[in-house]
Design a protein around this ligand. Sequence first.
Ligand code: NCD
Length: 313
Amino acid sequence: MTFAHRHLLGIEPLSPSDITAILDLADKYVALSRQRDKHVDVLAGLTQINMFFENSTRTQASFELAGKRLGADVMNMAMQASSIKKGETLIDTALTLNAMHPDLLVVRHPQSGAVDLLAQKVNCAVLNAGDGRHEHPTQALLDALTIRRAKGRLHRLSVAICGDIAHSRVARSNILLLGKMENRVRLIGPPTLMPSGISEFGVEVFEDMEEGLRDVDVVMMLRLQKERMDGGFIPSEREYFHRYGLDADKLSHAKADAIVMHPGPMNRGVEIDGTIADDINRSVIQEQVEMGVAVRMAAMELLARNLPGEAAA
Ligand code: NCD
């Protein structure tokens, strides 16, 4: 098995076999993470630095745990988005850290493209933990692993991604990944929350939830990303929930065994009804969190194998 990438900046450059390689290795790390002793030493001696210029709960915690379970030295830098002058300062920070010889750099940044730019300036492997509305590759990979384990396959499924598509890097990475693996992707949301040029993505677009959810295998809900909205994109949260919030009634249009996903953090009563989110027969939201650690372990191991000075695996 080969994984010929120096960085993990997005889903876009990955082939279906790259995606399968990450998911197959991640399956092993799910099993390891369920054991009492969760420790292996595949990253022993390596230094991992997490730089989050934007808030994060799940992604930062799971990258930290992933590195620790693999035996790396992990450092979290607390970056305050408000105190940085974007662009110049980002590169300066990167160069400073680079001088400390990290092997893996995990970066989240509010500007689309910032992580790619940073990757050009450093010698180590860079993992994109979310850049603006561009990509969030490990989220799409953990979603893919969750789907593959729940449905027994990751092809010829019908997947509805619902809500604030326009501001969502999660949606973008998922559209790319699910398309590469030959699934049918439907996007459902109000026209104000659909990105322009969406037709190029090879997806079907719906404005109506009942119509869009009909017979789908997977329902993926998205948070209303208010921090990226600079105006009135929706009339009111109440109205939004009425039309686009996932409740039992709307879900009844999907297949009887359709699973419900959400990357978190959730706004209960805005994009999803709390009862659906907590329904262990339908919701795989906690599984997504569990898969997040395993997928990040797999991605870091595969990138570490390509670091200079490493023997080919
Ligand atoms: C997502 C993100 O940050 O892009 N969250 C996550 O990584 N779990 C989605 C979101 O913030 O709504």
